[in-house]
Design a protein around this ligand. Structure first.
Ligand code: ATP
Ligand code: MG
Length: 251
């Protein structure tokens, strides 16, 4: 048990979730390293949702509401950290969830599928018993996508995605929304909308925003999107990070 008054309580709870998920066999060996990299960047943004992240969440909500075929792509880390919220997001958007693993094994796919189904997911794609189509520009098994999921999607939200895949999805004409704590990653730089925030804060906020904006008309939603500029937003985030480095923050 982690004592509630521990100064690093939230962070330790997330670590415990990752350890548990690793025991359940849903994580790749390198998942902890990816999580640790995320933790480091989370420190630098003050472990809170920044203003630029809020703007990106708003743009992401608009893009997802406007989408004809939105798809939510999940990996092991995302499932480990925000399972229930992902299912809720898929409900409010009426969008399928597609399992996409960097190091794909049938066992991990099956376990993640079971967790999503048990959490109430209505449509889980990316499993081993469905038709696949190839994403151009990617090699090997990672090029596979579900034909009725990511392959067909016009807007995909891919938290904690890898740079190569984010780039290929954009090159295949998709609007790519990502959640990535590292504002300098290739994923962050190549995606259409990058939410630089911890996935555990970003996904609940995104659900709230979708619910808030879903009754706006198309023009208003387009307007929200047109006012968003991803590289400008990343630069605003980097200013916050550099303040942490130069000590220009409250200590
Ligand atoms: P890229 O392939 O985009 O250049 P990378 O190879 O440096 O990035 P990956 O290992 O592919 O990184 O992906 C892990 C990414 O996920 C890291 O950028 C890390 O900051 C981010 N990350 C890890 N945990 C979280 C989290 N809980 N919330 C949001 N982002 C996270
Ligand atoms: Mg990578």
């Amino acid at each position: 048990m982690i004592p509630k008054d521990h100064p690093r309580y939230d962070s330790l709870v997330l670590r415990a979730r990752m350890v548990e998920a690793s025991r359940k066999g849903i994580l790749a060996d390198s998942a902890m390293i990816a999580h640790g990299r995320g933790e480091a960047f989370d420190y630098l943004i003050g472990e809170r949702t920044t203003e630029p992240a809020e703007k990106a969440v708003k743009a992401a909500a608009a893009a997802l509401i406007l989408a004809e075929h939105p798809v939510i792509s999940v990996n092991g880390n995302t499932t480990a950290l925000v399972l229930e919220d992902i299912v809720k997001l898929s409900e409010v958007l009426n969008a399928p969830i597609e399992i996409n693993l960097f190091y794909r094994t049938p066992q991990r796919i099956e376990r993640i599928e079971k967790m999503l189904n048990e959490a109430g997911a209505k449509k889980v794609l990316g499993t081993d018993h469905e038709e696949k189509a190839l994403i151009k520009g990617l090699k090997g098994p990672r090029a596979n996508a579900s034909r009725e999921g990511v392959y067909k999607a016009d807007v995909v939200i891919v938290p904690l995605e890898d740079g190569d895949r984010a780039e290929a999805l954009v090159a295949n004409g998709k609007k790519v929304i990502t959640v990535d704590l590292n504002p300098l990653s290739r994923t962050a730089k190549t995606s259409s909308i990058t939410i630089v925030d911890n996935v555990v804060r970003a996904v609940p906020l995104l659900i709230e925003k979708v619910e808030e904006l879903k009754n706006l008309d198309e023009n208003e939603l387009e307007n929200v999107l047109n006012h968003f500029n991803n590289s400008r937003n990343l630069k605003e985030t980097l200013k916050i990070v550099s303040k942490a480095y130069t000590g220009d923050v409250e200590l």
